[in-house]
Write a protein that binds this ligand. Structure first.
Ligand code: UDX
Length: 452
């Protein structure tokens, strides 16, 4: 009865067109749906999700006015800033029209939940007199590090040399200047403009973080002090949502059969997420490092992620023969299932926030090779605070890769990291179980939404 009443209440999710942002938003949508809400996913044209994976959701296309060149410019930051400019009017028009349809069916919109970098949704919510909530898909430490970046930039203290410095940022321990979250996908100017706009709560009613209280307590406490609205930490969201795939690429599930044949904790899983690009020489160094480590490995090489290649053409000669059955290479993996598999004992990652959370939640220690933005912050916390990661800081060279893999997978230091990772996994389980902090926070969020 209660569910039937709620089905007439709809939550509109405004999704950002990148895999690492789509996943937590759709996981949240799945949780809300299982709690009785109807869900509408408002999305732009690029990277849109396959609606057939979510037959119970309604998909609403927001005309974004971007042309093909703008989509493929490689400057993701500029793309997002443009979306914010272009979609204010178009989203308002299509949402107003949609609300008319809902009214005729005796349905209403409870609230809009938007990705923090699509802040145009907040002004639309205001104009249509709807409550809005911000989803911050990355970590609280990243949020805090953004204020360091903005503070130093505004004070004129961020020369390009400063950004490579190993010095600790005053008041932002353990971050060094080189860990500050600059993006490779835009300039310092556009990046700070986006971060500045995304950091305000404006008139939104609440903020959601996909994180756990125990993991990022000091940063969360600072954010809470400054935040005028309730804060909900409900991570890792994927643990609350049944396993529906929000992958933009097809997952190759054959790698699970390959994992089934490997021994416990023996496999190093290698994946650099959905955006990282590498060059041919880095691919070759990674390949030989993995081969020479003598450990079994499962490696995701995303098509198009090696500059100048479609897929594996630039793998070095003799590599495939030298690894035989010891390596499995796929285009895209069912990552959460992979990390939860007993054969996987380590994760070489770019340290995107979702990958970081998934590895911590499954108790898998990491080799950290951050590339851009928040990944450098996450890598620093993984290696220096949570102590479940080894950071590969220099240029990728086969000898270093081989040593890092062996340290993580077979040496005493790696075993100690694995023990700490198991400890974090247990804490995560407590956090999402009945009475745990994420469990309670999620219930509070549901109460807030039902009060609208
Ligand atoms: C981006 C940013 O780069 C990241 O730093 C930010 O925190 C979120 O947005 P991305 O680089 O794709 O995300 O990394 P990540 O956050 O780790 O998200 C990747 C997602 O894709 C994860 O949920 C992971 O499980 C999934 N994935 C990755 C797969 O399902 N299969 C794969 O083969 C690789």
């Amino acid at each position: 009865m209660e569910k039937q009443r709620k089905r007439r209440c709809r939550v509109v999710l405004v999704t950002c067109p990148f895999q690492g942002h789509i996943n937590p938003m759709l996981q949240l949508g799945t949780v809300l749906y299982s709690n009785g809400y109807s869900i509408t996913v408002a999305h732009t044209k690029s990277n849109s999700i396959n609606p057939s994976n979510y037959p119970n959701f309604y998909f609403l296309l927001i005309p974004d006015g971007l042309n093909e060149c703008q989509y493929s410019s490689g400057d993701e930051i500029a793309e997002i800033l443009r979306l914010n400019d272009n979609c204010k009017i178009t989203f308002q028009e299509c949402l107003a029209q949609f609300m008319e349809q809902l009214k005729a069916q005796d349905e209403m919109i409870s609230c809009i939940i938007y990705d923090e970098i699509l802040y145009f949704a907040e002004s639309v919510a205001n104009r249509l007199e709807l409550p809005s909530i911000i989803l911050r898909p990355a970590g609280a430490n990243f949020f805090i590090s953004r204020s360091a970046l903005l503070q130093f930039k505004d004070g004129g203290n961020l020369s390009s040399k400063g950004l490579e410095s190993e010095d600790t940022v005053p008041n932002f321990h353990p971050l060094r200047f080189k860990d500050l979250p600059l993006s490779k996908f835009g300039s310092l100017e556009t990046m700070s403009q986006l971060l500045d706009n995304a950091s305000h709560t404006r008139s939104s009613s609440a903020v959601i973080f996909n994180t756990m209280d125990f993991l990022e307590q000091p940063s969360l406490a600072k954010i809470e002090q400054r935040c005028q609205v309730p804060l909900f930490c409900i991570g890792p969201l994927y643990k609350f949502a049944p396993a529906l795939s929000s992958s933009l690429l097809k997952e190759d599930i054959s790698c699970i059969t390959w994992l089934d044949k490997q021994t416990k904790n023996s496999v190093i899983y290698v994946s650099l997420g959905s955006l990282t690009l590498i060059d041919e020489s880095e691919l070759a160094e990674m390949a030989w490092g993995l081969a020479n480590s003598k450990q079994p490995f499962l490696w995701v090489v995303r098509p198009g992620s090696v500059c100048g290649s479609d897929w594996l053409e630039s793998l070095p000669e003799g590599f495939k023969e030298s690894i035989g059955e010891r390596g499995c290479i796929v285009k895209w993996a069912p990552q959460k299932e992979v990390l939860a598999h007993g054969s996987v004992g380590g994760f070489w990652s770019h340290c995107g926030w979702n990958s970081t959370l998934e590895s911590i939640s499954e108790g898998v220690p990491m080799i950290c090779r951050p590339n851009s933005g928040d990944q450098k912050v996450n890598a620093r916390y993984l290696s220096h605070v949570w102590k479940v990661g080894l950071e590969l800081e220099n240029e990728v060279q086969r000898g270093e890769v081989e040593r890092a893999v062996r340290r993580l997978m077979v040496d005493k230091k790696g075993m100690e990291m694995r023990d700490r990772a198991k400890d974090l996994k247990e804490k995560t389980e407590l956090c999402i179980g009945k009475g745990g902090s994420s469990y309670n926070s999620l219930n509070e969020l549901l109460k807030l939404i039902s009060s609208f």
